[in-house]
Design a protein around this ligand. Structure first.
Ligand SMILES: Cc1ncc(COP(=O)(O)O)c(C=O)c1O
Ligand SMILES: N[C@@H](CCCC[NH3+])C(=O)O
Length: 418
């Protein structure tokens, strides 16, 4: 069941007309469906059956505290990449024992805080980071659980900016060096080796790169066994894509069952996944109002009240996001529009050359906006970020209000009078 659908040509979220939500709260607004978030999380979790596993939701895809709280209630773990994300997860009631900490630049303070709260493990991305973790753990009198992020040198066949598993990328330790690094880790007194991880990229639409990466990790895991190192878990990262347009990525259940095929001989080995986009993207839309329709010699522009400050994916990756009318019962002439925002940048577009039947004042929605939308937003041009709303059946929750203008400079200071 799709919780975003049209009834009488009105866009609804879990049965609630988007127009009603907007008339109460205004625009621009991210609107999420709780039932969709839950369904997507369960699709991963259930597909594992009895095999030991942990779904660690990638916080970077959507870090709204209400959504993290929802994930925590489902029993989810979390993949974090900063102390900020750690504090959010804790504030949302997440269990520290289910947190894995990725990222290439963990600071002393971040490592200290993570050890203090007792996270599940550090996904270590380099030798100097390993040494730093050992040093901080020694200072605190603790043993740090670690997994080594292995860069398997697999082409994820995605946009180059979101491909992470090639040897020219900054992430992880090369698959050829990893055995040595594990040897080093074994000798460090405040390090406990618990696993191995990889993450080869985001918005992957094919299974093969995931399977190739898994094969490489399994070979390495066997070699480590010869070296007297037994892993408790393998973490295969996130990255499963979603249909933004014409893509046909595998369903989470198909993806998990293809992975599980590789682990038939390892019934005790816990598998961790770090999905972000596949849980959140299609659980949210970004609703915006058409301020102006402008005709130039060359184009028709639909100028809306949100743009790259709230949704940067089209500007950053030339990403295609579907744009739909909220009320299709209105009588409007259909036209081809570039849908652009208010920001003073030529890259400030949400979509180009789109067929839309709209007039000034109408509402339109950017689909698949639940992932990497609000989390990548900014206040550029001093525009408060879009509010966030979660629909739960017939209940509508404002989960992030739109800032007042004065909030925008709350941390800034006037110079003293001279
Ligand atoms: C280490 C790590 N894990 C998980 C994710 C989540 O990826 P996705 O949202 O594509 O599932 C990312 C982002 O690409 C990541 O860098
Ligand atoms: N932010 C990206 C994905 C990168 C994921 C983080 N490693 C996107 O919107 O598609």
């Amino acid at each position: 069941m799709d919780y975003f659908n049209y009834t009488n040509q009105q866009l609804l979220v879990e049965g609630v007309p988007v127009e009603d939500i907007v008339s109460e709260f205004g625009t621009p607004a991210y609107i999420y469906s709780k039932a969709t978030l839950e369904r997507h999380w369960h699709a991963f979790d259930k597909a594992f059956g009895d095999h030991p596993h942990l779904i660690c939701f990638a916080v970077k895809s959507n870090s709204n505290i209400a959504i993290l709280n929802l994930m925590a209630k489902l029993g989810s773990g979390f993949d974090i990449v900063s102390q900020g994300e750690l504090e959010r997860v804790l504030a949302a009631g997440g269990d520290p024992k289910k947190i894995v900490f990725s990222g290439v630049a963990k600071s002393y303070a971040e490592i200290e805080r993570a050890l203090e709260v007792g996270i599940r493990c550090f996904n270590v991305e380099s030798i100097p980071e390993l040494e730093r973790i050992n040093q901080v753990a020694e200072k605190l009198g603790k043993i740090a659980p670690i997994s080594l992020r292995v860069n398997p040198d697999v082409d994820a066949k995605t946009h180059p900016y979101i491909s992470t598993g090639l040897k020219e990328n900054k992430f992880g330790v090369s698959v050829n060096q990893a055995r040595e690094v594990y040897q080093l880790a074994k000798q460090l007194p405040h390090i406990q080796i618990v696993g191995m991880d990889c993450h080869i990229g985001s918005q992957l639409t094919e299974l093969q790169p995931f399977l190739d990466a898994t094969d490489r990790l399994l070979v390495l895991m066997e070699q480590l066994q010869e070296d007297g190192i037994t892993l408790h878990h393998l973490d295969l990262g996130g990255g499963l894509g979603v249909p933004y347009h014409t893509e046909q990525p595998p369903h989470p259940s198909e993806y998990v069952s293809a992975l599980l095929d590789k682990f038939k001989d390892y019934p005790q080995l816990e598998i961790i996944l770090e999905p972000g986009r596949a849980i959140t993207a299609n659980a949210g839309i970004l609703v915006t109002k058409v301020e102006y329709l402008k005709q130039s010699e060359d184009r028709n522009f639909a100028i809306v009240d949100t743009g790259m400050n709230d949704m940067i994916r089209p500007a950053l990756y030339d990403a295609y996001m579907q744009i739909i009318e909220v009320n299709r019962s209105l009588v409007r002439e259909e036209n081809t529009y570039d849908v652009v925002g208010p920001i003073c940048e030529t890259s400030d577009f949400l979509g180009k050359q789109r067929q839309l039947a709209i007039a000034q004042g109408d509402l339109i929605a950017v689909r698949s906006a639940g992932a990497y939308g609000s989390t990548m937003s900014s206040t550029y041009n001093s525009r408060p970020q879009a509010m966030e709303i979660l629909v739960d059946g017939n209940q509508i929750h404002l989960i992030k209000a739109r800032a007042e203008f004065s909030d925008l400079w709350r941390l800034e200071r006037l110079l003293p009078e001279s």
